[in-house]
Design a protein around this ligand. Sequence first.
Ligand SMILES: C[S@@+](CC[C@H](N)C(=O)[O-])C[C@H]1O[C@@H](n2cnc3c(N)ncnc32)[C@H](O)[C@@H]1O
Length: 222
Amino acid sequence: MSDDQGGTPDSPRLRDYVAWHDAYGDPTSSLSARLRQVQTQISAWLDRTPGPVRVLSSCAGQGHDILGVLEQRVEDRTRVTGALVERDPTNAAVARDWIARLGVGFTVVEADAGTTSAYVGLVPADLVLLSGIMGNISAADIERLVHTSRQFCAPNATVLWTRGAQDPDLGPDIRRWFADAGFAEVACDEWIEGTGMRVGVERLATRPEPLRPGEPIFTFYR
Ligand SMILES: C[S@@+](CC[C@H](N)C(=O)[O-])C[C@H]1O[C@@H](n2cnc3c(N)ncnc32)[C@H](O)[C@@H]1O
């Protein structure tokens, strides 16, 4: 299933987010290309961030990004801990099985990641993964998520985000919103492997904000 199917902000229609993961089984899919770049950026972050670190993945799906990296990086499995927030119980179960097989210190929380209440006890994190969210929520929700992500961050935390070049291409706006929120851009990989996929990496260059439970952030429209 490609990333441009489903509803619109004015006409929401949610996709089958278990079947959505089938594209990862096809190495030629654009989602596989995106995943490879996300994993490359996670590995680069691990290389430059020594010691114990905590990871938070919002709308984590089956956890292919961080768990896929830890599948390969056996030496990092004890120092990397964290939480995956995912609403779909089947995807959550797949992630839990993978975590158990790897023996890593991750928890999967089945919750609505679109409210700050879901993150109580899971933050602050040193790496915040926002992969596969910004193509499925409104521009206003993206801007709110960017600003709210400061509530998820430990000092100097890194936030990784994705958003394809689909119309409207909000990439330049997203990069500006991160700058407005006090982040410094580390990377913005575009047209990954010839696809419209984009992966951004941002470092928090200002102080984090304390988590304020009860604030709405976003709603998926597709
Ligand atoms: C496009 S997929 C991305 C999955 C994963 N982050 C990745 O990049 O492989 C979006 C995921 O968000 C989940 N999701 C959608 N709305 C959510 C919400 N409000 N709270 C938590 N998870 C949600 C879906 O079930 C799906 O697994």
